[in-house]
Write a protein that binds this ligand. Structure first.
Ligand SMILES: *Cc1c(COP(=O)(O)O)cnc(C)c1O
Length: 221
């Protein structure tokens, strides 16, 4: 299912969509090849794997943490991470705030929203977002910049279902924007769409896609 990287890159640039190359399980040599083609945004889903790669690869790579994040791992990535896509609970925000303060960095995050039916997918339940936001604002977490939302659709061939889930996430983004971020011009990111569903995502408002397989080929675990 691999595609020519240059044409993929060009396609997203034309549509003003940020392409995050998801490099999990792939060797630093493979990552370097894509980097040499002008790709700077890479995504990983495991802290341990990310840490070994960071040391081996150029330091102008912008690393995105896209996977479920344990609180005790936050301190490892805070010194360099570009964007955390997976803020899904208040206790994690608390730890990010604490470590960000310690390292004197502002940390950009996305709220991961649970739009899929599957239990395996993490994220804040749509009906619990307000509760999360109110708690977050009450604490004045000034080291954390919430820049948008992230979600994963159900793994299915039913395109109608995927479309509905992305539409829901788009609506949630606009509701958050209106209710909490109307005067914050940094709240702009809608991170959804992967190799199998990025076209549907682009049709429904995504402006950041996370693509692995189409760039690097199938993963061998
Ligand atoms: C692995 C992964 C992707 C990329 O998946 P592909 O199907 O290989 O494009 C995107 N987002 C998250 C959160 C992932 O874990």
């Amino acid at each position: 299912m691999k595609m020519d990287f240059e044409s993929l890159k060009e396609k997203f640039e034309k549509e003003n969509v940020c392409l995050v190359a998801v490099s999990k399980t792939h060797h630093p040599k493979e990552i370097k090849k894509i980097y040499n083609k002008g790709q700077f945004h890479f995504g990983e889903n495991k802290v341990q794997e990310l840490m070994t790669k960071v040391d081996l690869l150029p330091n102008d790579i912008r690393w995105h943490m896209i996977g479920h994040l344990q609180s005790n791992k936050v301190k490892e990535i805070v010194p360099f991470v570009h964007l955390i896509h997976s803020l899904d609970r208040f206790s994690l925000a608390k730890e990010i705030q604490k470590q960000a303060k310690r390292y004197q960095r502002k940390i950009s995050v996305l709220l991961q929203i649970k739009i899929a039916e599957e239990d395996s997918k993490h994220g804040i339940e749509p009906e619990k977002i307000e509760e999360f936001m109110n708690q977050f604002l009450e604490r004045n977490y000034d080291q954390i910049k919430i820049k948008g939302v992230m979600g994963m659709a159900t793994f299915t061939k039913d395109e109608e279902k995927i479309k509905e889930e992305f539409q829901l996430l788009d609506r949630i983004f606009h509701r958050l924007k209106e209710n909490y971020f109307s005067d914050d011009d940094r709240f702009t990111i809608k991170s959804y769409g992967m190799s199998s569903d990025y076209e549907i995502a682009l049709d429904h408002g995504s402006n950041m896609v996370r693509i692995g397989t189409l760039i690097f080929g199938e993963r061998n675990y």
